[in-house]
Design a protein around this ligand. Structure first.
Ligand code: 0X9
Ligand code: ZN
Length: 318
């Protein structure tokens, strides 16, 4: 069963803008910038008095962002539902009420809006990068697009393993550090807001990745904070997910987490969500197997998976 409430970033945006408008006391929709193709990248801020509360006021800020990689639909849907979870439970659930009163929460369901829109064409369902026309021929091929999660200035292009200089690679780092509008928008946003945490949702390896991605020899001084938040293999913060040093998965450079942590002091981590629920439900230790998952790369139909595992465990751990 394929659950598709949206046909792209535009009507997902309409939906969250409407949700914010329905909760004027605690929510405000903000377009934080525009994509390469000129589409708005939209955030919803949730905090008590959201419309008048100052930027970088005394409340710690937390950012939940998703879909740097276009095809990772579960992440957009997760952040969208998290937003609703906070809006719906304010004044009802004591913990949510307290978080909204004392934390400046920001939800950005779709960072890579151009790429996300491409994936609603069945021919481009597996598109990952942004919509940069690398060769300028006016056509979109696999030789186009920049991987936003390799385009950040920190350690950009540090080696040829963690990102690629080839435009046709899925991890193409772009022509220059921070060359892409989507990268610039996130960087400027975090630079201004200085959140304490940024949760950068990806899929689909069922991991909770933390720490610097460009090397694994030297642990970062923040690793113990991530360990405390995310748990360990015996007791992960999200059941069925392995907390791991990001570089253990593979090396990356120019990635979001390293950049935000090193340049802006924002502790950033990457939940690699599942693409389907069967792997985590049936066998928590099992790795994701595409052949086991009827719903691979579609919206999950299980509200519970997202709300219980991600909405309850991660944000409340913060
Ligand atoms: O490669 C990525 O950008 C992320 N995985 S994905 O399959 N969603 O593309 C993981 C990045 C995690 N960071 C590091 N490994 N350093
Ligand atoms: Zn990803």
């Amino acid at each position: 069963k394929v659950y598709r409430p949206y046909s792209g970033a535009g009507n997902l945006r309409e939906e969250i803008v409407k949700a914010a408008a329905a909760h004027p006391g605690i929510a405000k929709a903000v377009d934080i910038g525009t994509s390469l193709k000129g589409k708005p990248i939209t955030a919803v801020r949730v905090t008590k008095g959201a419309r008048t509360y100052p930027t970088r006021g005394p409340r710690p800020a937390v950012v939940y962002q998703a879909t740097q990689h276009a095809r990772e639909w579960i992440t957009a849907e997760t952040v969208r539902r998290q937003l609703h979870y906070f809006l719906d439970n304010y004044g009802k659930n004591a913990e949510i009420t307290k978080l909204v009163d004392t934390t400046d929460l920001w939800f950005i369901p779709v960072v890579n809006v151009d790429g996300y829109d491409l994936t609603f064409d069945p021919d481009n369902r597996m598109w990952r990068k942004n919509a940069r026309d690398n060769d300028g021929d006016g056509k979109l091929t696999t030789a186009d697009g920049v991987d936003i999660n390799r385009n950040f200035p920190h350690k950009w292009g540090y080696d040829n393993e963690g990102s690629s200089p080839s435009p046709d690679s899925q991890t193409y780092r772009g022509a220059a550090p921070g060359s892409e509008p989507e990268t610039k928008v996130q960087d400027a946003f975090v630079k201004r807001l200085r959140p304490k945490y940024l949760i950068n949702y990806h899929s689909a390896a069922e991991l909770l990745l933390y720490g610097v991605g460009w090397q694994q020899q030297t642990p970062s001084p923040d690793d113990h904070i991530f360990r405390a938040l995310l748990g360990d293999d015996d007791k992960p913060a999200v059941p069925g997910y392995d907390p791991d040093l990001a570089a253990e998965l593979y090396i990356t450079n120019g990635d979001t987490d390293g950049h935000m942590t090193e340049r802006h002091g924002t502790l950033t981590f990457t939940p690699e969500m599942a693409t389907c629920q069967t792997a985590s439900a049936a066998d928590p230790d099992d790795q994701w197997k595409p052949e086991d998952c009827a719903s691979v790369f579609h919206f999950p139909d299980d509200e519970k998976l997202i709300q219980q595992e991600f909405t309850k465990n991660l944000p409340l751990a913060l």
